[in-house]
Design a protein around this ligand. Structure first.
Ligand SMILES: [Zn+2]
Length: 264
């Protein structure tokens, strides 16, 4: 029995199985990563994208954010085989929740869940719960009235010179993502932690597991007795607590895992 066979059979037997995903699952869809040799922080100064700058210089923040947004999400992109495999695992009843550090919305696309969503980053969809730990870059949110709306038309307005773009109520729009120096929504964190604690299988995919809260979730799952798997091209600080570590391409491993779980 290979390690992947074992993981697949654990998925089949699990009461609660959850996946945590990071930038490595979206890179094959053409979404640039933040860190690493080719990361956007090599070309942009991450210090310009803080919550503090948004508050003190919203016009400058929006000018820079517009460039970053176009760089990251300007092209056409869609879910890849890894997103699809997770959505299929959920449809098959083998995956209960997807926790993601990504803000690209691709897990929703793969699961055919609409963009008009939830205040707090938690979507309880039919097949699985999707938790967007760092928000969703395809939406913006009014900092006064809380209204959320599709990001692209607002970025177009910013490109046409309306910086910062404002809501009908007069409030300033902010990308609906968690900025550096900004607190993650408490409800999302609590839900992520309780899912990790409840899980029988916890699979981390394409995440360096270096940034909180993602970094502590595999340990939480392991200490609660879950089987922990990690699929990532590079080593992570959590490899030591994992039962299975797989250094292969996510778009190859996950479809294989799904097929094994489906036939098991
Ligand atoms: Zn408003």
């Amino acid at each position: 029995m290979t390690e992947l066979d074992r993981l697949a059979s654990d998925f089949g037997n699990a009461e609660t199985a959850i996946a945590l995903t990071g930038a490595g699952i979206s890179a094959p869809s053409g979404i640039p990563t933040f860190r690493g040799d080719d990361g956007v922080w090599k070309r942009f100064d991450e210090g310009q994208f803080t919550y503090g700058r948004f508050r003190s210089d919203p016009a400058g923040f929006w000018a820079d954010r517009l460039e970053l947004h176009r760089e990251m999400f300007g092209g056409e992109f869609e879910p890849n085989a890894a997103h699809d495999a997770l959505a299929a695992l959920a449809r098959d009843g083998h995956l209960d929740a997807i926790l993601t550090q990504n803000t690209d919305g691709l897990h929703r696309d793969a699961a055919f869940v609409g963009d008009d969503s939830p205040a707090d980053g938690i979507t309880d969809a039919a097949d699985a719960t999707i938790l967007e730990l760092h928000g969703n870059a395809r939406r913006v949110r009014c900092t006064d009235c809380g209204n959320r709306t599709e990001a692209e038309p607002i970025f177009d307005r910013a490109a046409d010179g309306e910086r910062p773009p404002t809501c009908d109520c007069g409030g300033v729009y902010k990308p609906d993502v968690v900025l550096f120096g900004e607190q993650l929504p408490g409800a999302v964190i609590q839900r992520a932690r309780s899912l990790a604690r409840e899980s029988d299988v916890f699979l981390a995919i394409g995440s360096s597991l270096a940034v909180e809260p993602a970094a502590s979730l595999p340990r939480l799952a392991a200490s609660s007795g879950a089987t922990v798997g990690i699929v990532n091209l590079e080593s992570t600080p959590c490899d030591g607590v994992a039962d299975v570590v797989c250094r292969e391409d996510v778009t190859e491993v996950l479809p294989r895992l799904r097929d094994l779980a489906a036939s098991g």
